[in-house]
Design a protein around this ligand. Structure first.
Ligand code: TMP
Ligand code: ASP
Length: 253
């Protein structure tokens, strides 16, 4: 766990924001916040809700390992330290209201929109942007909308898409070492002291992860599609990543 950064991290702290699966708490200094991961799961913008036992701890730890890995390979993230089983201390970002999805194989909404079969390989990664808005159900947008509406500057949109592609290369290796195919994933970005950093989480909630040998889905699609076995799938992802990277392989190179 991280260095002692004040009493607020592991004990009571002021809640700044409550999301669907995480709480954001005040950090020990104004440039930080604490993300607290819960077992709550939602699908279809909250149309379906439930609990996945142990998910909070898995998503917290997987995110910590993934962020350490990305940082060690030169990609900036908001991560500072893990503080207990469900909390991350992170830099407080000025959030850019875009979700950036990168796809290596067709799945989910891409299959629905284009009539593709799940798992169809893509010749090149696909980068998609979505406008973060619950009332509008996160509509898909493109870089022209992002620039025209001032959600991000032209330079930021360019940097954000390049960082997402670099994250795709790195995370493909990160999950690949655990026998997992990174089918697609979603990243969020924010500004911190004139840098663009990866924010939010990297977890089986935000990545599609398929077992390399069997094709078994080990991610939130088990909940979205009502397949059962969610807790076991999440635990398996973490166990495999701990085996591959938990010994410090991320930070050590
Ligand atoms: P999609 O196929 O439903 O568009 O999802 C693409 C990827 O983004 C998938 O890995 C799941 C992730 N995702 C989120 O993290 N949050 C969301 O709200 C949605 C819709 C998808
Ligand atoms: N984030 C979406 C929701 O809030 C669900 C998803 O991940 O597909 O319902």
């Amino acid at each position: 766990m991280g260095p002692g950064r004040g009493a607020g991290i592991t004990g009571q702290a002021e809640e700044l924001y409550r999301g669907k699966a995480k709480r954001v708490l005040a950090g020990p200094d104004p440039k930080t916040v604490v993300l607290e991961f819960t077992d709550r799961a939602t699908a279809g913008d909250g149309a379906r809700t439930g609990l996945i036992r142990g998910k909070g701890e898995v998503n917290c730890r997987v995110s910590a390992l993934a962020f350490e890995f990305l940082e060690s390979r030169g990609l900036g993230t908001h991560f500072l330290s893990q503080e207990g089983p469900r909390r991350l201390l992170v830099r407080r970002l000025e959030i850019i209201p875009l979700e950036c999805v990168v796809r290596n194989r067709a799945a989910g909404s891409l299959c629905r929109r284009l009539g593709l079969e799940e798992g169809t390989p893509l010749r090149w990664p696909v980068v998609e942007l979505y406008y973060k808005s619950d009332p509008l159900h996160d509509p898909m947008v493109n870089r022209w909308h992002a620039r025209a509406l001032g959600w991000a500057s032209p330079e930021e949109v360019e940097a954000l898409e390049a960082a997402a592609l670099e994250a795709n290369r790195l995370l493909t290796d990160f999950f690949g070492a655990a026998g997992l195919v990174l089918v697609d994933f979603k990243l969020e970005f924010g500004r911190f002291e004139r840098r663009l950093l990866v924010g939010d989480e990297v977890s089986p909630d935000t990545c599609r992860l398929w077992d390399r040998e069997t094709g078994l889905r080990l991610d939130k699609d088990r909940f979205r599609l009502d397949l059962g076995g969610e807790s076991e799938a999440y635990r398996q992802v973490l166990a495999r990543l701990e085996r591959a990277w938990g010994g410090g392989g991320g930070a050590g190179g």
